[in-house]
Design a protein around this ligand. Structure first.
Ligand code: GDP
Length: 534
């Protein structure tokens, strides 16, 4: 009887969770939108509390200050807030110049994403890359078209751009009335309400003005007649041109509901958030190597998707960010750390609130907890209270930038190896050992990681090293079912092959063009852009 009640409480908690990330290109308005969401959630009380993490990349001293800045702003890596009875976890996708593999990996820990598009720019490169990652797990996407208070592209042209570049069908749930100086507000298709734009005003639940029918003459009083007519025309056009919103298509990542607004003026954000809590999925089933894991299972499980070092300059601690997938976390519980075959007690896990960290007593699937880590946790590590599991879909991503490491003091080889191994385990960089030659090649998704690596090698491992640039820009993990063929490929391409930190064979070359050439020559060899952790 008792366990039944407890289970029901747990199921209720899980169903309240919504875990998501915002994907966007720098400057589209992610920081601004985050802040407005936190204001609605009561997690912050004033604008300006969320700091943009824009940074200069160039010099090392700048980088070190970035690290310090990170130390202070780390709690914003995961922001928890409540809205209308839902427990929302917003995971930050570091995405400015410090774009890195972390940015991608955060997306493996969410159940849905909000995509921001700048209405003057349409789809930009970083959004495209992030969408590629969302595609891997068919993550549902909600779209927010931002900066309607400025002149921009025609909404239908933005739709075409999104559909073209991201292969996802747009279904507007709100529609803008004018833009720039003539921006009057949005019309909500579902509630048939008109939201009138008042710059900077924070909307409340009953602010919308009901328009039973677009022919309602009140529409002409509320907005200029010419704009009312335009809205009527637009709505007719949209109704004819776009499919209705379909929950299952959205959940499978083939359709995206679209909202329009202006984050900085807190306009259109509430419409989006209200729809978000209704349609964003609660924590779902997660595939593991041996079976699918249901969030409602009573046994605890979860995985590490991000490791952040030196967050607190005073303590030099490392925190593994851990996504709970099933069961319930209770402070002090014992879990199995399967990779190292040990039982560990989770006594000081951290939960991240908007502006602070706090010790967590209990947490549920969908929640992210921070676990202190002294180098024993690797990206992809799974903890459970029962059987060993390996969750799928927390891959390494093929690096796009490469450097050769030059050690200045040969006596430090051991420390260098140790440092690089550790940094690779944290997912800061990837380390490759070419089959020919004995210098490490390190690869990263974002170039800032190289500065991070050098600074950390010096500070934490007392290693003075430098880089040599190297003419590589593409890496692919290679596999082949036919072992003989793989052996032949290895022989013929030895100078372009390396082993990564886990001993997986990797092909590296100068350009996509060159890669295409080799792929054509070796049709039986598979070239992979991502690789699951062992
Ligand atoms: P991020 O790089 O994606 O985090 O973008 P920010 O939130 O820092 O915004 C980038 C710039 O766009 C800042 O100068 C913001 O003030 C501005 N911005 C954000 N939202 C809006 C908006 O709705 N309208 C206008 N005009 N500017 C905006």
């Amino acid at each position: 009887m008792e366990s039944d009640t407890i289970d029901r409480a747990r199921v209720r908690e899980i169903n309240k969770r919504r875990t998501f990330a915002i994907i966007s290109h720098p400057d589209a308005g992610k920081t601004t939108l985050t802040e407005k969401l936190l204001l609605f959630g009561g997690a912050i009380t004033q604008a300006g509390a969320v700091k943009s993490r824009k940074t200069d990349r160039a010099a090392l001293s700048d980088f070190l200050s970035i690290e310090q800045e990170r130390g202070i702003s780390v709690s914003s890596s995961v922001m928890k807030f409540e809205y209308k009875g839902y427990e929302i976890n917003l995971l930050d996708t570091p995405g400015h110049q410090d774009f890195s593999e972390d940015t991608y990996r955060v997306l493996t820990a969410v159940d849905c994403a909000v995509m921001i598009i700048d209405n003057a720019k349409g789809v930009e490169p970083q959004t495209r890359k992030l969408m590629e990652v969302c595609r891997m797990r068919n993550t549902p996407i909600i779209t927010f078209i931002n900066k309607l208070d400025r002149e921009g592209l025609d909404p239908l042209d933005i739709f075409e751009d999104i559909e073209d570049k991201l292969q996802i069908e747009c279904v507007p749930l709100t529609w803008p009335i004018g833009m720039g100086k003539r921006f009057k507000g949005v019309y909500n298709f579902e509630t048939r309400e008109l939201g009138i734009f008042t710059p900077g005003y924070t909307p409340k639940d009953d602010d919308g003005i009901m328009i039973q029918d677009l022919s309602d003459p009140r529409l002409d009083e509320l907005i200029a007649s010419s704009q009312a007519d335009q809205l009527r025309e637009d709505v007719e056009l949209i109704k004819g041109a776009s499919d209705p919103f379909d929950m299952s298509l959205y959940l499978s990542g083939t359709q995206t509901p679209v909202f329009f607004g202006s984050a900085i003026n807190n306009f259109g954000v509430k419409e989006m958030l209200d729809a978000f809590v209704k349609i964003a999925p609660p924590p779902g089933i997660r595939p593991a190597q041996s079976r699918d894991v249901n969030p409602m299972e009573s046994d605890f499980s979860g995985f590490a998707f991000k490791i952040q070092a030196n967050m607190d300059p005073e303590h030099r601690d490392r925190i593994a960010f851990f996504r709970i997938c099933s069961g319930k976390f209770v402070k002090g519980m014992k879990v199995k750390h399967h990779r190292i075959g040990k039982e560990i007690r989770l006594s000081n896990a951290t939960m991240f609130m908007a502006q602070e960290r706090s010790h967590v007593e209990e947490a549920y699937p969908g929640d992210i907890i921070g676990i202190h880590n002294h180098g024993t946790i690797k990206i992809g590590d799974t903890f459970t209270t029962k059987e060993p599991l390996t969750f799928l879909g927390i891959p390494s991503f093929a690096p796009e930038h490469f450097r050769r490491v030059l050690l200045k003091d040969p006596l430090k080889t051991k420390s260098l190896n140790k440092g690089l191994t550790q940094l690779a385990e944290e997912g800061t960089i990837q380390v490759f050992r070419p089959l020919m030659g004995n210098m490490h090649v390190i690869g990263a998704v974002g170039v800032l990681q190289f500065d991070v690596t050098m600074a950390r090698l010096k500070a934490e491992y007392n290693v003075n090293a430098g880089y040599e640039s190297i003419d590589l820009s593409v890496a692919r993990w290679v596999t082949c079912e036919d072992e003989k063929m793989l052996k032949l490929f290895r022989q013929k391409n030895e100078s372009s092959l390396a082993l990564d930190a886990e001993g997986c064979l990797t092909f590296m070359t100068t350009s996509e063009y060159q890669l295409g050439f080799v792929m054509e020559e070796w049709p039986d060899i598979q070239f992979h852009k991502t690789r699951e952790h062992n």
